[in-house]
Design a protein around this ligand. Structure first.
Ligand code: GLU
Length: 308
């Protein structure tokens, strides 16, 4: 048995919000921040914030600071110092070395073109391919299925070999892959409950597989509804136009509350920020959180109805 690293003892509930600094906080990410904060507070647990800044080409200068200031303006304060993934490379390197040593990960010289025929999914390396900057992938054996019980979506099962294949842990151009960094960090930070957007539902089985490969504990998962724009597209973090207004947190919090499927009348109508948040913690009911995406247009109509 390889020696396992020591993990911090797991508290009863520790949640987190893990934004990528690709733009200002938009309504979809506010919903995830608020939802994860509410569920942590409801459980009497802790709530951490981790900046996922491992993909510089996608990042926007100053975005991380702006996101943190917005969270603060919304009264969502983390219980511990904010961590940055860009400073945690040593942890990812150690995990990767263990996977390579155990034969669970391998160097891959295939190019994007090599994988085009299989829809970008890697099942075996193209013979003879050679590159100076190989990627590292996790080996996913044929028929590898992972299942978990999601707090909103119920039982979720995925054939990881068929749907994801051997997935990347470190990219050919150098950066750590999200899948590796997130699994290592959630374990190192003692996260017990992962509450995040439903766009990551299909990443979760890969993360379970990695946890298993690294001998890490499995957190509980709850995936919140996606927010769609007027054209039915997922809100993108880079759409500056949809940034939430840090100067006026109350309307956005009320809209996020409705998007979480919660009863509007559970929040006092003219409350300031602190009493509104306290009422929300007391009233949040996870059983009401919808699976289906919510449209920003429907939320605006809901606001009109609340005001009527
Ligand atoms: N950094 C990811 C994002 O902003 C979230 C990762 C996670 O919650 O696991 O979409």
């Amino acid at each position: 048995m390889p020696a396992q690293p020591a993990h911090p003892p797991r508290p009863p509930y520790r949640g987190r919000f893990a934004p990528s600094p690709t733009g200002p906080l938009h309504f979809g990410s506010l919903l995830v921040a608020f939802g994860s904060w509410l569920l942590a507070r409801r459980a009497g647990g802790e709530w951490l914030v981790r900046v996922e800044d491992i993909d510089p080409p996608r990042e926007v200068a100053g975005a991380a600071g702006a996101q943190l200031r917005t969270l603060s303006a919304f009264g969502l304060h983390p219980d511990r110092p904010v961590e940055h993934q860009s400073r945690r490379g040593a942890l990812y390197a150690e995990a990767l070395a263990r996977l390579l040593d155990g034969g669970l990960a391998f160097e891959c010289h295939c190019s994007r073109t090599d994988l085009a025929a299989s829809g970008g999914i890697h099942r075996r390396c193209v013979p003879g391919a050679r590159r100076t900057d190989p990627a590292i992938r996790l080996r996913v054996g044929d028929g590898t299925r992972m299942a978990f019980d999601d707090g909103v979506h119920g039982r979720v099962t995925q054939d990881v070999a068929r749907e994801a294949g051997d997935f990347v842990l470190r990219r050919a151009d150098g950066p750590w892959a999200y899948q590796l960094a997130v699994v290592v960090d959630d374990a190192a930070q003692g996260i017990t409950d992962i509450v995040r957007g439903a766009d990551l539902l299909d990443s979760t089985p890969r993360q379970l597989l990695l946890q298993q490969a690294l001998g890490l504990p499995r957190p509980r998962y709850l995936h919140l509804p996606l927010v769609l724009d007027g054209d039915g597209r997922k809100l993108s973090k880079s759409l500056h136009a949809l940034a939430v207004d840090a100067g006026h947190p109350l309307p956005a919090l009320r809209a996020a509350w409705r998007a979480l499927g919660q009863a509007p009348h559970a929040l006092p109508s003219h409350a300031a920020l602190a009493p509104l948040l306290a009422a929300a913690v007391a009233a949040i009911d996870p059983a009401r959180i919808p699976q289906a995406p919510v449209s920003i247009a429907a939320l605006h109509n809901g606001a009109a109805m609340d005001d009527a």
